[in-house]
Write a protein that binds this ligand. Structure first.
Ligand code: HEC
Length: 142
C-alpha cells in the first residue's frame, strides 16, 4: 500500500467511525426526547399485565393515599406554618385539640369545615378515611 492509499484508508475509517458515533448519539437523543415527551400517565386496564398490572392494582382496589402524602399535598399549606391559627404541625397544638374535643369533633370539623379551616382541608377528592389518616399523621408529628 502506498502512502496515499494508507492515508485514504485512515480517512475513510475516521469517516466511518464518525458516522457510527453520530448515529448512536442520534439514537440516544431520540430516546431522550421520547422519554421527555411521553405522556405523564397511561391508562392501564385491570388484568392487563403488559403495562404494570401489579402497580395498577392498588388503584383498582381504592388506592387510599397515605396520611403523609395528603398532609404534604393538601394540609401543610396551612398546618405547616399555622396559617390563620391552624394547629401547627410539629407542635402539640393538634394533640391539645384532640384531648379537648375528641376525634369525632375533629373529624367533623375537618370534613365540614370550622372557621377558617376549609371543608376537607381543600382535599375535595379525599375520602373520610384519608382525611382521618392525614389528621393522625399530624398527631404523630406532635
Ligand atoms: C386554608 C388553610 C387550611 C388547610 C389547607 C387545612 N386546614 Fe385544617 N385548619 C385550618 C385552620 C385555620 C384551623 C383552625 C380553625 C379554628 O380553630 O378556628 C384548622 C383546624 C383543623 C383541625 C382542628 C379542628 C378543630 O375542631 O379544632 C383539623 C382536624 C384540621 N384542621 C385538619 C386538616 C386536614 C386533615 C387538612 C388537609 C386535608 C387541613 N386541615 C387543611 C386551616 C387549614
Amino acid at each position: 500500500m502506498n502512502k496515499f492509499a494508507a492515508k485514504a484508508v485512515k480517512a475513510l475509517c475516521a469517516l466511518g467511525l464518525g458516522f457510527a458515533l453520530a448515529s448512536s448519539v442520534q439514537a440516544a437523543t431520540d430516546d431522550a426526547i421520547a422519554e421527555r415527551i411521553k405522556p405523564i400517565g397511561s391508562v392501564c386496564i385491570e388484568g392487563d399485565d403488559s403495562c404494570g398490572g401489579a402497580a395498577a392494582a392498588p388503584v383498582a382496589a381504592g388506592g387510599a393515599r397515605s396520611g403523609e402524602s395528603i398532609y404534604t399535598g393538601k394540609c401543610a399549606a396551612c398546618h405547616g406554618t399555622g396559617v390563620l391559627g391552624a394547629p401547627k404541625f410539629g407542635t402539640n397544638e393538634m394533640q391539645a385539640r384532640l384531648d379537648e374535643k375528641g376525634m369525632e369533633t375533629l373529624m367533623n370539623h375537618a370534613l365540614n369545615g370550622f372557621n377558617a379551616m376549609p371543608p376537607k382541608g381543600t382535599c375535595a377528592d379525599c375520602s373520610d378515611d384519608e382525611i382521618k389518616t392525614a389528621i393522625e399523621y399530624m398527631l404523630s408529628g406532635s
